[in-house]
Write a protein that binds this ligand. Sequence first.
Ligand code: PMP
Length: 297
Amino acid sequence: MAPLPKHPFDDRDGVIWHDGRLVPWRDCTLHVLSHGLHYASSVFEGERVYNGTVFKLRAHTERLQASAAALGFAIPFTTEQIESATAELLAANGMREGYVRPVAWRGSEMMGVAAQSARVHLAIACWDDWVSYFNPQSRLRGLRLTVAPWRRPHPETAPTRAKAAGLYMICTLSKHQAEQEGYDDALMLDWREQVAEATGANIFMVFEGALHTPTPECILNGITRQTVIALAQQRGITVVERAIAFEELAQASEVFLTGTAAEVTPVREIGPYTFTPGTVTQQMIADYDALVGRRSS
Ligand code: PMP
């Protein structure tokens, strides 16, 4: 199980941007009867700050707006306003390296399934103690994944492309079970029993030197995923997006995960299958590190 952070997330110094102003961290609260809490009308982003700048901020902000639209609400701030709020927040907290979490939700004016007139709120927080999303030791050796007991839903069962809080219910359940069984994470299959993604990261496999990754139908189309696809293509590596049956993992020589927090992380085991992090994974780690301005160790 992951250890408790040194500082709980509601008891820290610094400020959080909330509906247009910077609020002292500990005072940035919301009402218990918020619709977002009861009915999961909440969307969020996960962004990474490298050397004082958010990597791919425009793509993240646009995805936040698109996730809100998928849940039928509009964030009352423009993309430009959200971006300048992010810059203001980073400056106020002196953040050079870290993680940024914008979250938008329906408020407490209405209770019940329907809440079309409830006010939409936006908060943006940042922190710097997610230097490594996975345990650094496991990351180095390659992660061990179990297979999640939950399946990613059909795109007509849930707004599967949105980064919406409700879709993380099955991710948390799956990751908790994985941790309790001593694994680093869980591979989620989709409703067809095909390879989907990990609980907070996308997945890539190497088959005969080519990179294969699931088509983003019922998974989050990760911004890191799209970045890694472009990096691989620049290297002349063939990238294939397709439906991948779980049993095909038996033929994969390398597997890695991608995500804003996970970056490029090698995997060495998924259920009965084992892999050796190799040249394609190392190349993608090096290329990603170079792109975000970090020197590879
Ligand atoms: N899938 C899920 C379920 C995630 O939570 C994340 C992390 N946001 C990803 C994939 C990777 O997305 P990104 O590269 O945009 O961080």
